[in-house]
Design a protein around this ligand. Structure first.
Ligand SMILES: [Zn+2]
Length: 321
């Protein structure tokens, strides 16, 4: 396992990229805290990008609320906030580049047709390649798909270890432009990470299975590959992912320390001392950050996820000085 000093201090550029579908809750805070701590422990730049590309799912006011909460929690970003909703031209250019390289094709299949014809994969039906060699007669293009190359793709995750996926088996040719005209998340995130010069992606393990698709797109577009570290998801008492849209308890921006301590402890880090003040948290925490201590698992249980307030950090009251 590599230590924080091995990543190249001056070159480190990290980011937190929330979707504005609700206020920050403990699950999204975990990704924010891990990406911020890892960037700062490596003397790196830390950026925030609002992933509001999926406008149908966006909650008005949520982006501002997330930014205010990050500030209240002492996580300050180094450059202007990037909004995916204002980046449509860049996504279109990238799609045009892939098209010009013969790496995309129009698909006329509906979601229901793909579900009927495709094998079950880890993230839903695998596209069977119906339109790969041309639209069937009388069919109109609904989506634009990436021509996924064959072969096994491997990468080393700094937390989860070596990951492998054969994207043609797990996903098939995936959508780059959706039927509603919006660019797909996979394309947007790759274009934005390259534009922002991101060298280290630290995010939730719900995106672990997306990473091979993003690496394929980076390669196809001639972009460099950032490092990856996927932190565990926080599950509720029923074993479900805490989802912003499922009204998971928001963290309390007026009282940051309990939620910061809970996130920090769930990340496997040494619990903060009982007498730590909120405004001293990061001065204490950054030198203490050990990515090697983050649990090598894709989820952790949050015993108090149903509580209306952020929970007290486990062990905090019993920590010796
Ligand atoms: Zn098709």
């Amino acid at each position: 396992m590599r230590g924080p000093d091995d990543l190249g201090r001056a070159a480190y550029r990290g980011r937190f990229a929330p979707s504005p579908t609700g206020p920050l809750h403990l699950g999204s805070l975990l990704a924010a805290v891990a990406s911020y701590a890892d960037a700062r422990a490596n003397r790196g730049i830390w950026l925030v990008r609002i992933e509001d590309i999926d406008r149908p799912r966006e909650v008005p006011g949520a982006a501002d609320l997330i930014l205010r909460t990050l500030s209240a929690f002492g996580m300050h970003w180094d450059e202007g906030v990037v909004y995916q909703s204002r980046r449509t031209d860049a996504y279109r250019d990238a799609l045009d580049t892939l098209k010009a390289r013969g790496l995309t094709y129009p698909c006329g299949c509906s979601r229901a047709e793909v579900a009927r014809a495709g094998r079950a994969g880890p993230e839903g039906p695998v596209y069977p390649g119906t339109c790969r060699s041309g639209l069937r007669l009388g069919r109109r293009a609904r989506t634009e798909r990436f021509r996924t190359p064959p072969g096994r793709l491997a990468f080393e995750d700094r937390i989860q270890g070596r990951q492998e996926q054969i994207v043609t088996d797990a996903v098939g040719d995936f959508v780059l432009r959706r039927a509603d005209g919006l660019h797909a998340y996979q394309l947007a995130v790759v274009v934005d990470d390259a534009m922002q010069g991101i060298t280290q992606v630290v995010r939730g393990a719900d995106l672990l299975l997306s990473t091979p698709r993003q690496i394929l797109l980076q390669h196809a577009l001639g972009f460099g590959r950032p490092g990856y570290a996927h932190v565990p998801l926080v599950l509720d008492a029923h074993g479900r992912k805490l989802s912003k849209s499922l009204a998971a308890a928001p963290v309390d921006a007026r009282d940051p320390l309990p939620a910061l301590g809970a996130a920090w402890t769930l990340l496997g880090q040494t619990p903060p001392p009982a007498d730590l003040q909120a405004d001293a948290f990061w001065d204490w925490a950054i030198p203490m950050w050990r990515i090697a201590c983050v649990p090598v698992q894709t989820s952790v249980a949050c015993p108090t996820a149903s509580s209306p307030r952020a929970p007290d950090p486990p062990g905090r009251t019993s920590t010796p000085e």
